[in-house]
Design a protein around this ligand. Structure first.
Ligand SMILES: C[S@@+](CC[C@H](N)C(=O)[O-])C[C@H]1O[C@@H](n2cnc3c(N)ncnc32)[C@H](O)[C@@H]1O
Length: 293
C-alpha cells in the first residue's frame, strides 16, 4: 500500500467531486435527471465547486463540459446511486443498510424509513470531514458512522461493535470504492460483508472493467478519469472482468443476481426521459445475494 494514499492523510477528493456532481445534477430537468439529491450541496466545501453547484445555468454547463471530457463518468456515479435507491425501495424487508466507503452519500436521509438502520463506513479522514460539514450545515446523521480504512483494518468487527446485527436482513452498498482498493483489501472487506450478511441478504457494488486499471480502455473517459484520480492521490488499482468478479463473489458465498453494463443500468435505474449524458460503457454494477452456507 502506498504511503501516499490520499485517504490515509486527507479527506477523499473523489468523494467531494461525486457530491459536487450530485449537487449540480439537481439543476437538470426533472425528467432527464439521473438522481435527485437535495443534501449533496452541504458536502461541497471548495468555493468554486460550491458556486457551480448552486447556480443552475453554470451547473448545467459545467456538467455538460465534464461529461464531454470524461464520457461515461457522470453516468456511473449518478446511476449507481439511483440503482442503490431502487434496491432499497424494492426490498421492504430490509432492516439494515451498510454503506461501505460512503463518502458524502445521503441515502440515510433520502431513503429513511421506519425500521431501517443505516451504517456508514469510511476512512477516518473522509468521515471526519463529513462530520464537520454536517455540523456546519446543522445536519444530524440518522446513520451510525463507523471509521475504518480497509487497507488497515477489517470492517466486520467494527460494524458489530457499532450495533450491526448479522441476523437481520441487510443490504450493503459498496459504490465507487472497489477501484481504489488493493485486491487484498477488497477481499478482506468482502469476507467481512459475507460474514455479517445472512442468507438472502444483498450486496450492490460497482467496479471498473479490467482495461480501466491497465490503462488500455478503448474509452477516452476511462483513460482520462484514471489519470485524473491518480493525480489526486486516489489511483484506480483494482478492476475485474465479469468472470473474475463472479469468482470473487462466489468464493465468499455470494451469487450474482444482476450484472448491469451501462446501457442496462440506464434502462434499470435511469430517468423516464432517458439519461442526458454519455453512457460510455466502462464500469459495471453488480447485485449479489448471499447464499445459505
Ligand atoms: C469515489 S468516492 C465514492 C463515495 C460514495 N460512495 C459515492 O458513491 O459517491 C470513494 C470513497 O471511498 C473511500 N475509500 C477509498 N479508499 C478507502 C479505504 N482504504 N478505506 C475506506 N474507505 C476508502 C473514500 O474515502 C471515498 O469516500
Amino acid at each position: 500500500v502506498s504511503d501516499e494514499r490520499r485517504v490515509a492523510s486527507d479527506p477523499s477528493r473523489t468523494a467531494e467531486t461525486t457530491a459536487t456532481q450530485r449537487a449540480a445534477e439537481r439543476h437538470m430537468p426533472a425528467d432527464r435527471r439521473l438522481l435527485d439529491d437535495p443534501y449533496a450541496r452541504h458536502f461541497v466545501s471548495r468555493r468554486p465547486f460550491r458556486l457551480l453547484a448552486s447556480a443552475p445555468p453554470l451547473a448545467r454547463g459545467t456538467l455538460r463540459l465534464l461529461d464531454r471530457r470524461f464520457p461515461g463518468l457522470h453516468a456511473i456515479i449518478l446511476l449507481r446511486g439511483a440503482f442503490g435507491d431502487r434496491v432499497i425501495d424494492e426490498h421492504p424487508q430490509l432492516e439494515q443498510v451498510v454503506l461501505m466507503g460512503a463518502g458524502f452519500d445521503s441515502s440515510a436521509w433520502r431513503k429513511a424509513r421506519e425500521g431501517l438502520r443505516f451504517f456508514e463506513v469510511d476512512a477516518p479522514t473522509t468521515q471526519g470531514a463529513k462530520r464537520e460539514l454536517m455540523a456546519r450545515a446543522g445536519l444530524e446523521s440518522p446513520a451510525v458512522l463507523v471509521p475504518c480504512d480497509f487497507e488497515l483494518s477489517k470492517p466486520g468487527p467494527l460494524l458489530r461493535d457499532a450495533g450491526l446485527d448479522p441476523a437481520r436482513p441487510t443490504l450493503t452498498l459498496w459504490l465507487g470504492v472497489t477501484y481504489y482498493l488493493t485486491l487484498e483489501a477488497f477481499r478482506g472487506a468482502l469476507e467481512d460483508i459475507a460474514g455479517y450478511t445472512a442468507p438472502g441478504g444483498l450486496l450492490v457494488l460497482d467496479y471498473g472493467d479490467e482495461s480501466v486499471i491497465s490503462d488500455t480502455s478503448p474509452y477516452i473517459g476511462a483513460r482520462r478519469a484514471a489519470a485524473w484520480v491518480e493525480k489526486r492521490g486516489e489511483p484506480y488499482v483494482t478492476g475485474f472482468t465479469r468472470e473474475e468478479l463472479d469468482a470473487e463473489l462466489s468464493a465468499k458465498g455470494f451469487d450474482l443476481a444482476e450484472h448491469l453494463r451501462m446501457p442496462e443500468l440506464a434502462e434499470r435505474a435511469g430517468p423516464p426521459g432517458g439519461a442526458w449524458c454519455s453512457l460510455d460503457d466502462w464500469a459495471r454494477v453488480a447485485l449479489a445475494r448471499r447464499r445459505a452456507n
